[in-house]
Write a protein that binds this ligand. Structure first.
Ligand code: SAH
Length: 341
């Protein structure tokens, strides 16, 4: 049976219509699911008992299960391993800042993009998450931690633009159902050019982040197989179109790798690439992944200072959750390996 959690306001109205009920019942159902956080049809007391029974005959109201939660003793970042209805596991990370709570959600079970430094892609993609399964990560963590999530970053396991429709539906649901404004949502992509174009056409107010990681085509191809399909030139072009259409400044993520992309020529090339482009560069310390040849750079501060000297806007991502495998699919990977042993 279909899970009713994840239905949009319009879908809730259609469900009620199909059951011979007036449209406003759809609104009540929507409120029960997202604002009142019902976990059972029986709780929906402003719907008649027979209607609740009819709903229960046609749908399930299901949520994932938190299998594990690790908290970093120093910065209190919490990493959750969540089991879905089919037994697949995903990760969600809750980060607490002085300005509020941010949640990093997964968009797929595994990932097929194959980036060389990323743990999420080992083992490939199992399947896409539904919009409800992405939203459920916020639902489950808010309940478990007793907090309200203010910001959402779609930077967990998976490539969100490889699951375009469900991710766009999720953004709508987070907005309408949980009251999280589009400007509080960041979508990070490895650079799927046609989907970035399609996203620009939707004219959303979300923040777009692009995983760049190298300013040279050949080096980017070594790190990110997707670069062979969509060149750096095509990516920069579509990003410029995106900015023209949405007026939203793009963030470029850059994980600094020792000797690979932290060289003087990388600084020069980045400067040339982004001169006059309204964007923001976010430098990331590489998180070590087992059996990877890539090591984190020691030059993060130097690199940042040099880019700033050349007029680029640049920040260094605060390293959090280091003690709890918080980065990029490492907890799921370890869990999977333990189960397979
Ligand atoms: N697929 C999307 C979102 C998930 S990855 C994307 O590629 O953007 C989220 C971010 O973490 C990306 O910038 C990704 O390149 C980065 N990342 C992955 N593994 C990493 C690692 N070991 N160290 C640092 N950043 C990493």
């Amino acid at each position: 049976m279909e899970n009713i959690f994840g239905s949009t306001a319009q879908e809730c109205a259609q469900i009620m219509k199909a059951l011979g009920e007036p449209a406003y019942r759809g609104k009540q159902l929507f409120e029960w699911l997202y604002s009142k956080k019902a976990t059972d049809f029986a709780e929906m007391t402003n719907l008649s008992k027979s209607l609740r029974e009819k709903l229960a005959e046609n749908f399930v109201l299901g949520h994932g299960t938190i299998v594990k939660c690790q908290e970093d003793p120093v910065d209190h970042t919490r990493k959750y391993l969540i089991a879905l209805a089919d037994g697949s596991c995903i990760e969600t990370v809750l980060m607490s800042y002085h300005h509020g709570h941010s949640l990093c959600v997964s968009s797929q079970v595994g990932c097929s993009m194959g980036c060389a430094f990323c743990a999420s892609t080992r083992g490939g993609k199992v399947r896409d998450l539904s919009a409800g399964e992405i939203l459920d990560q916020i639902f489950l963590v808010e309940q478990d931690a007793g907090v309200r999530v203010a910001n959402v970053v779609i930077m967990g396991i998976g490539e969100p633009l490889d699951n375009f429709d469900n991710v766009v539906k999720f953004i709508g649901l987070a907005n309408e159902g949980l009251g999280i404004g589009q400007r509080k949502i960041t979508l990070s992509t490895c650079g799927l050019v046609p989907q970035i174009e399609a996203l620009a056409d939707l004219d959303l107010q979300i923040n777009l982040a692009i995983s760049l990681h190298a300013p040279f085509q050949d080096r980017r191809e070594i790190l990110m197989p997707i670069a062979k399909k969509y060149s750096l030139n095509a990516l920069i072009k579509v990003c410029n179109n995106y900015f023209t259409k949405t007026k939203r400044r793009i963030t470029f993520e850059y994980a600094l790798i020792d000797g690979f992309n932290d060289r003087p020529e990388d600084i020069n090339e980045l400067t040339a690439l982004f001169k006059g482009v309204p964007c923001h560069i976010n430098l990331i310390g590489l998180n070590p992944v087992t059996e990877s040849v890539y090591k984190g750079s020691q030059n993060v501060n130097f690199f940042s200072d040099e880019l700033k000297k050349r007029g680029l806007t640049c920040t260094i991502r605060r390293k959090i959750g280091d003690n709890i495998d918080a980065a990029c699919g490492q907890l799921r990977l370890k869990h999977k390996e333990n189960e397979e042993r």
